[in-house]
Design a protein around this ligand. Structure first.
Ligand SMILES: *Cc1c(COP(=O)(O)O)cnc(C)c1O
Length: 235
């Protein structure tokens, strides 16, 4: 049964992104939409794919692998791993994803590079930065970012595409923009230091702060709720 709701909310999300880019004075193709499908069924992903969505983000490895095998016939899906990553899970991620957004330590990066199958080409990676400075949040501290970037740039099977952040939620646009602006500055600094890396990606902006993120230069926004609806709490 076709899911009218996914089609409509995807349409609305695309319009929202287009409006945000226009308000920011940026070209219409300057940012892309990552559909965050964690906890959502393979059928909903298939429906979004039928509406030309190709990039999907998953947080939980086993859940993602199950959906990937269910959707193996959709060979043009681009899978992004965006969740916390433990070192005993790196092989499956290296073998089954095109992107990883959540690298926050060198050990994980080294393992991903070692375990990346040569036939797949380099794995696209973003470093996750803790721009809100909360103890509990994952991500590398800004002070440690340069050392991590130096290691990642030197790894043969990773391609350092940029930075990712999940800032603390904030109500007003000005408060939302501060950590996002910080992430952009950190990315710009890395770009000067590591001209050999692409560093073309700012993975920031979710359902509640997409407009702020686009104003601050996001190139890839990660939308879950806005596309697939609210998620049930995980047991
Ligand atoms: C869940 C999740 C999102 C999507 O969040 P929404 O608020 O539902 O749009 C984006 N990025 C990451 C890393 C997530 O875990």
């Amino acid at each position: 049964m076709p899911d009218v709701q996914v089609r409509e909310s995807l349409q609305r999300a695309r319009q929202r992104l287009a409006d945000a880019l226009e308000s920011a004075g940026r070209p219409a193709d300057d940012a892309c939409l990552l559909a965050v499908s964690k906890t959502k069924s393979a059928d909903l992903i298939r429906e979004a794919h039928a509406c030309r969505q190709r990039d999907f983000g998953e947080n939980y490895l086993q859940e993602a692998l199950d959906k990937q095998s269910e959707l193996a016939d959709l060979t043009d899906i681009v899978w992004h791993f965006i969740g916390p990553l433990q070192s005993n899970k790196t092989r499956d991620v290296a073998e089954n994803f095109a992107w990883v957004h959540s690298i926050d330590r060198a050990k994980i990066a080294r393992r991903l590079s070692e375990q990346r199958p040569a036939a797949l080409g380099p794995l696209n990676v973003c470093l996750q930065v803790n721009v809100s400075g909360e103890e509990s949040k994952s991500g590398v501290a800004p002070a440690d970012l340069d050392a991590l970037a130096a290691e990642v740039v030197a790894l043969p099977n990773l391609r350092l595409r940029g930075l990712m952040a999940i800032p603390a939620p904030a109500e007003d646009m000005a408060t939302q923009r501060r950590p996002l602006a910080r992430l952009r500055q950190l990315r710009d600094t890395l770009r000067e230091r590591y001209p050999q890396a692409p560093l073309d990606t700012l993975s920031m902006g979710m359902s509640d702060d997409l407009e702020a993120a686009i104003l601050e230069g996001a190139t890839l926004v990660r939308l879950g709720t806005a596309i697939f609806g609210a998620r049930a709490p995980r047991p």
